[in-house]
Design a protein around this ligand. Structure first.
Ligand code: ZN
Ligand code: ZN
Length: 335
C-alpha cells in the first residue's frame, strides 16, 4: 500500500472516530450523490462474480463499523475482500467481541465474497533492533492475529520488518517474532508475508530473502505461513514483469514456490521499475501498463490465487473499484 493511501485511510479512520457516537448510519437507504445506485447495492459498473476462477476484490474501508466492509464489497461486485481490523496507523489495540464477529460474518454472508483477509498495522516492526519497539510490535501483531481468528478470516497480510542495523540480525529477529506470535495465537487464519519494494532497510524486497525468512520457521508453523505478492512492490523492487514475465515467475517458482503464494495484490505503479518506491496506481494507467495484468489473469499457475486491488479510489471509491474489477475480469475472459 502506498503512503498516500495510508494518509487517506488514516483521514477516513479519524473522521469515523469523531462521528462514531451518532451510531445510526443512513447509508443503506440513501442514494449517494455521486453514484446512481443505492449504497450497498451493486454499482452499475460492477460485473457478475459467480464465475470468478479465483476470488477477486479490493481493500475496503471499515468506516462505520466492520460490517460496512461487506456492503462496500457487494457494491463493487467483489468475491474477495481485504480490511483493516483496527486503525492501521495507531498502536491502540482492540479485541473482537462475539457480537461484532457475528455481525461481520452475517454481513458477508449476504455477499459473493468467499475469501477474506486483513492487512496488519503499519507500525508493527518485528525486525526492530529496539527491544521496546520489538516487544510492542509482537504484542500488536498477536492482537492482529487474534482479531483475524475471531472474525474467521482466511489470511492476515503482514509486511516483513525494518532491520535498521544489520540485515542478517534483522531476519533472525523477524523470524523469531513470527514464531513467538504463531505459537501463542492459534486459529484458522493463515499468515501471508508480503513482498516489499525493498526501500531503505526494509526486509523482503527479493524472492530469495523472503524464502530465507520463511525457511527459518519450523515445519509445523511454516505450514501456517505463505506469501502475498504485490505487483507494484516487485516492480519497484526491480522484477521486470513487463518484458520478462516468464522469467520473473520462474524465479518466483524456484525460490518461494507457487504452493506458498496465498494472495496477489494487483496494483499498477506510479514509480519506475527498480525505484524501490511504493506508489500504487490504477491498473493499466501506471508505469507497468495493462499487459502484465492481462497475463496474470490468464496464468494457469495463478488460477486459484485470491487477488486484491489496492489501487487509488479517487472521489468515487465504489465506481473506481468496480471499474478496476471489471477490467481485470475482461482480461480473465481474454479481452
Ligand atoms: Zn504497496
Ligand atoms: Zn501491504
Amino acid at each position: 500500500m502506498s503512503p498516500a493511501k495510508k494518509t487517506a485511510i488514516a483521514k477516513t479512520a479519524s473522521a469515523v472516530k469523531k462521528s462514531a457516537p451518532t451510531k445510526k448510519s443512513p447509508r443503506k437507504s440513501t442514494p449517494s450523490t455521486w453514484t446512481d445506485h443505492a449504497i450497498g447495492e451493486p454499482h452499475p459498473l460492477a460485473t457478475a462474480t459467480s464465475d470468478d476462477a479465483a476470488p477477486l476484490g479490493a481493500h475496503v474501508s471499515i468506516a462505520g463499523g466492520m460490517p460496512e466492509a461487506a456492503l462496500r464489497s457487494r457494491e463493487i461486485g467483489a468475491s474477495a475482500a481485504q480490511v483493516f481490523t483496527k486503525q492501521a496507523n495507531r498502536w491502540a489495540e482492540r479485541e473482537i467481541e462475539p457480537t461484532e464477529s457475528a455481525a461481520y460474518r452475517a454481513a458477508f454472508a449476504t455477499t459473493d465474497v468467499r475469501w477474506q483477509c486483513a492487512h496488519d498495522s503499519y507500525l508493527i516492526n518485528l525486525a526492530s533492533p529496539d527491544p521496546v519497539l520489538r516487544t510492542r510490535s509482537i504484542e500488536s501483531f498477536r492482537a492482529e492475529l487474534r482479531r483475524c481468528h475471531a472474525l474467521g478470516l482466511d489470511a492476515l497480510v503482514s509486511h516483513p520488518g525494518n532491520y535498521m542495523d544489520e540485515r542478517a540480525a534483522g531476519l533472525s529477529r523477524n523470524a523469531e517474532a513470527i514464531i513467538e506470535a504463531l505459537e501463542a495465537e492459534v486459529g484458522p487464519t493463515r499468515l501471508l508475508m508480503e513482498l516489499t519494494a525493498g526501500q531503505g532497510t526494509v526486509l523482503g524486497g527479493t524472492f530469495e530473502e523472503m524464502a530465507d525468512l520463511l525457511d527459518r520457521l519450523p515445519a509445523p508453523l511454516a505450514a501456517r505461513v505463505g506469501v502475498c505478492l504485490d505487483t507494484a512492490h516487485i516492480w519497484a523492487a526491480g522484477y521486470d514483469v513487463c518484458t520478462d514475465y516468464d522469467g520473473v515467475w520462474d524465479r518466483f517458482g524456484d525460490t518461494i514456490g507457487f504452493s506458498r503464494l496465498g494472495c496477489l495484490h494487483l496494483n499498477d505503479s506510479k514509480a519506475a521499475l527498480g525505484s524501490h518506491l511504493d506508489r500504487h496506481e490504477l491498473i493499466g494507467e501506471g508505469t507497468m501498463g495493462a499487459e502484465p495484468f492481462r497475463r496474470i489473469m490468464t496464468d494457469p499457475r495463478l488460477r486459484h490465487v485470491p487477488r486484491i486491488i489496492e489501487t487509488p479510489k479517487g472521489d468515487a471509491p465504489a465506481a473506481t473499484d468496480a471499474r478496476m474489477l471489471s477490467l481485470l475480469r475482461s482480461f480473465a475472459a481474454g479481452a
